[in-house]
Design a protein around this ligand. Structure first.
Ligand SMILES: O=C(O)CCC(=O)C(=O)O
Ligand SMILES: [Mn+2]
Length: 199
């Protein structure tokens, strides 16, 4: 089993595993270029206090036909899997001993693109989801913050790294990808998820 409980980076209340260089550099370079040029990147709008704002990153959603998911306040139908996404999914599934039916892709164009604090705790993800998150492109800081204790964890996510969040982590911690004033090139993040349809 690749996710060894002794390697859990969360000090309590959940499980967090980091596999550095899950993909080596040449493969990561190839995947980054392919995903950047072929995925159907969209600029989403979100309503904040009744005001329409642009989400500060590009996004798209791929998966099995029934894996519908609500994000940015809107229900999203998955796009059909691309060959590359399916190949990555197989490798992630094998190493995590989990199965996924969808992937949320985020493209951070530069250091001004970001994702605010949130937990991946939507009902359709089930009780204790396994979220497997692959980073490609420029290194960015990923922050976790405990909901009740004054505890934060900072992790630099680099080209080809895989972060796996599981156990009760989404109940107790929130995570974010903050803006930075450092000069940053683009970064792609793929979070593989399993959506349960209760309908
Ligand atoms: O870009 C990242 O590393 C985080 C992405 C994330 O938290 C999400 O898609 O829910
Ligand atoms: Mn998340």
């Amino acid at each position: 089993m690749l996710l060894d409980k002794e390697q859990n980076l969360a000090p309590f209340d959940g499980e967090l595993f980091l596999i550095r260089c899950f993909y080596q550099q040449p493969e990561s370079d190839w995947l980054f270029a392919k995903l950047q040029s072929t995925l159907a990147w969209q600029e989403e709008d979100i309503l904040i206090y009744g005001k329409r704002c642009k989400v500060p990153r590009l996004m798209c959603w791929y998966g099995d036909p029934d894996a519908c998911y609500r994000y940015s306040g809107v229900d999203h139908q998955p796009l059909p899997w691309t060959d590359e996404l399916l190949v990555i999914k197989e490798k992630v599934q094998n190493d995590c001993h989990s199965s996924f039916n969808s992937v949320l892709a985020n493209l951070y164009r530069n250091g001004r693109d970001s994702m605010g604090y949130h937990a991946d705790d939507e009902e359709e993800l089930g009780q204790n989801p396994v979220i497997a998150s692959l980073s490609l492109g420029d290194e960015r800081l990923f922050k976790l913050h405990h909901k009740k204790r004054k505890q934060t964890l900072d992790i630099n996510l680099g080209h080809g790294d895989l972060l796996v969040m599981t156990g009760t982590l989404q109940h107790h911690w929130v995570h974010s990808l903050p803006k930075t004033t450092k000069l940053k090139g683009p970064r792609i993040n793929l979070t593989f998820r399993k959506i349960f349809n209760f309908l």
